[in-house]
Design a protein around this ligand. Sequence first.
Ligand SMILES: [Zn+2]
Length: 283
Amino acid sequence: MGGVQASYAGDGVVIIDAHCHAGTGDGLSGPWDTSAPLTAYLRRADAAGITNTVVFAPLTSDYERANREVARLVARDPQRFLGFAFVNPVRDRGRIAAMVGLAVDAWGFAGIKVHWHDGRMTREIADVARARRLPVLYDPRGDTATVETVAGAYPDVAWIIPHLSSFADDWKAQVAFVDQLARLPNVFTDTSGVRYFDLLADAARRAGPHKILFGSDGPFLHPGVELAKVRALALDPEGRALVLGGNLRRLVRPVRRARKPGRGAVRPQRLGPSVARLRSAGL
Ligand SMILES: [Zn+2]
């Protein structure tokens, strides 16, 4: 991907987009459950200097098929893409371990994605996340009570709650969530789709940059526009490096280490912010 080379050559910075959809859905009610093509996304990401992307399916009724589609994308450029396995808490009940196991062991996926539209978080999913040492990217639609219960019940699982908990700009939920982000050590967020910038700044100040991941919600949102918000936070270089990739790498390290004994010994502080080193780590 020559564009990436060109875009990061100037400053040598790794930027990981921790939230991007890819593939097709069957809902046909909007882009979020119909189609997530990456052509424009990749052009925009390259131009913005985004070097790596976490990808998972759009909403759909069949995540076994959709995850497979994501796996094919990841296989085409495993240095650029990292997959998360999308599961439906209701429809996929009883086969979460099998679906996630396939995604991790065969395709190298490193996280679980769950969306409120499909159902609320379940112990089945959390148990699999715990057993496989996977972070869970869980959109609760502003249901901060659920964040409280799952984070408390599974303190050893990393919960990434995107959009400060609400893609729909539920300011009250986001305010409540920032408190949780600051208080609960295993709760993280991503920046995708957050419009109330002062809440994002609050989160960075109160919870700290180590709790925040840059994410774009591409291809539905423009990754360069989303990235501009992170730059506007004006974090110190260390904090910015965490938001732009260090946190994601830390959260996926346990599963990658478990899957590839010997290769997971690469430490991020040794890696430093360079794509070449990141790529040698296999991300
Ligand atoms: Zn999303």
